[in-house]
Write a protein that binds this ligand. Structure first.
Ligand code: BES
Ligand code: ZN
Ligand code: ZN
Length: 479
């Protein structure tokens, strides 16, 4: 396979004043053309500011002026989408530089605009044999306020989302567990955090028996990745985030139907968020201590595969009866969670995983399933999720569901065997490995990590989770 790197770069700076003789973008709220009329070449353009529409006007020098519709208040959470679409549709006509008039935007909106422009630089065709031309665009944010920090943050968020999308969209023959480990190692070398990899031998030594059981059927050996970012001097770890890193989920011996099976390359969406967020907070130098744990394996079919009926062991010491080998995510995750509560004892413990088809049937592609006993955390996540347009929706952890975890022959079973409440059943399984951690939250992102978009013909990575976790981590950094 011929592999070419397609490079599209976009850099950002700030200018105090807009140069109206050059190209520029003018964001405009619905029915509010009045607010920007002073910088337009005509008084009454045919434009009402509807969300994500644009109108091209030409200035005296033949320079391009893009009126960009931001729509109404209800569209404010997805402002980056308007900038992304404008860039995807028109960037080929821009010169080497463009200005964005942002005097009427607040900091949050400017950050969203920059993220949107960055997201437009993502190229999904990394594995095509034909090489695309490289392009370089410099964007000047024109405002009288000082927005250097916001510009830097927006650009890094956009860059991180693009990097994790590339991971999730990568083919499973390339992004093996060891590939994810190398990605993390390289990232740590280029940034200021520590990366430790447990390869198969170390997983055996340390007792990650559930991860090993899931990985038994693949030639691509399992790994666990530990990314430690220390942004402050005290030892206490504020947050551990555990991510599901199944690089391909065939279902194992409880094999999945072949329709859409290729999309199961996205079963490491949680891992990608964990890898990305540690890199991002390290680049942003946030004053917080966060560790990311990725448990990664390929769930493959082979004579060596683990079977339905097997009883396996786990890091916690609990024995698990396997009912369905397709319920593999909760197995790799339970070892990551047990490791965190036993060895790291963080203040907050979050896990993020493309865990169940059930959550997709429940919430569709609109929100992640959120499970926690901590109402304050739930409230914070709901608010942040709405604001950054990476929404979460609460689902219960009622005791009633505990019976569904009963096994006659082992400590616990990995699936209720019932066609109901699958996302809750999975969450209850994970809960059994958290040692009743008061600040634990489980996010089931099966419906939101990967999906349809206007920019690809097939389903592709969404980058969901980076902004949600970043905003939460920022609340910890200021505590
Ligand atoms: N990786 C899947 C969940 C999934 C489904 C992710 C759709 C993304 C889109 C998970 O490992 C799985 O197969 N879950 C099963 C569990 C069941 C067999 C107990 C499910 O939810 O159907
Ligand atoms: Zn599965
Ligand atoms: Zn899976």
């Amino acid at each position: 396979m011929a592999l070419f790197l397609i490079k599209k770069t976009m850099t950002f700076d700030q200018k105090q004043h807009l140069d109206t003789s050059k190209d520029y973008i003018v964001p405009c709220q619905k029915n509010n053309i009045e607010a920007v009329k002073d910088i337009l070449p005509i008084t009454n353009p045919d434009f009402d500011g509807s969300f994500s529409t644009h109108l091209l006007l030409y200035g005296k020098n033949g320079n391009r002026i893009y009126l960009l519709g931001l729509g109404e208040e209800k569209h404010s959470t997805k402002l980056e989408e308007a900038f992304r679409k404008l860039s995807v549709d028109t960037q080929k006509y821009w010169g080497k530089s463009i200005q964005v008039y942002t005097n009427d935007l607040n900091g949050h909106q400017i950050r969203k605009a920059i993220i949107g422009l960055k997201l437009a630089q993502y190229k999904i065709g990394e594995y095509k044999s034909t090489k695309e031309e490289t392009s370089k665009t410099s964007v000047s944010i024109c405002t009288t306020e000082n927005v250097e920090t916001i510009i830097n943050e927006g650009a890094l968020i956009g860059q991180t989302i693009n990097r994790i999308k590339a991971l999730v969209d990568a083919p499973p023959n390339i992004k093996t567990p060891e590939f994810l480990a190398k990605w993390a190692g390289n990232s740590a070398e280029n940034t200021n955090y520590k990366c430790t990899i447990f390869n198969e031998a170390e997983l055996k030594n340390k007792g990650f028996k559930a991860v090993l059981a899931v990985g038994k059927g693949s030639v691509n050996r399992p790994v666990a990745i530990f990314n430690e970012y220390k942004g402050k001097t005290d030892k206490e770890v504020d947050l551990v985030i555990v991510g599901k890193g199944i690089t391909f989920d065939s279902g194992g011996l409880s094999i999945k139907p072949s329709t859409n099976l290729h999309y199961m390359k996205s079963d490491m969406g949680g891992a990608a968020v964990v890898l990305g967020i540690i890199e991002l907070i390290a680049k942003l130098n946030l004053s917080v201590n966060v560790t990311g744990i990725v448990c990664s394996a390929e769930n493959a079919v082979d004579a060596a595969s683990y079977r339905p009926g097997d009883v396996i062991e786990s890091y916690s010491g609990k024995t698990i009866e396997i009912i369905d080998t397709d319920a593999e995510g909760r197995l790799v995750m339970c070892d990551g969670l047990s490791y965190a509560v036993k060895n790291i004892k963080p203040t907050y413990l979050i896990d993020i995983a493309t865990l169940t088809g059930s959550v997709v049937r429940t919430l569709g592609y609109s929100a992640a399933g959120m499970f926690t006993h901590n109402q304050e955390m739930a409230q914070t996540f709901s608010e942040i999720g709405y604001k950054v347009n990476e929404r979460v929706w609460p689902l219960p952890l009622f005791e009633d569901f505990e019976n569904d975890l009963h096994s006659d022959i082992a400590d616990i079973r990995n699936f209720s065997g019932k066609p109901i409440a699958g996302a809750i059943n999975a969450a209850k399984f994970l809960e059994a490995f958290t040692d009743n951690h008061k600040n634990w939250m489980h996010l089931d992102i099966a419906g939101v990590a990967f999906g349809d978009s206007a920019y690809a013909k097939m389903k592709s990575a969404t980058g969901y989770g980076i902004q949600l976790l970043l905003e939460f981590i920022k609340t910890l950094a200021t505590k």
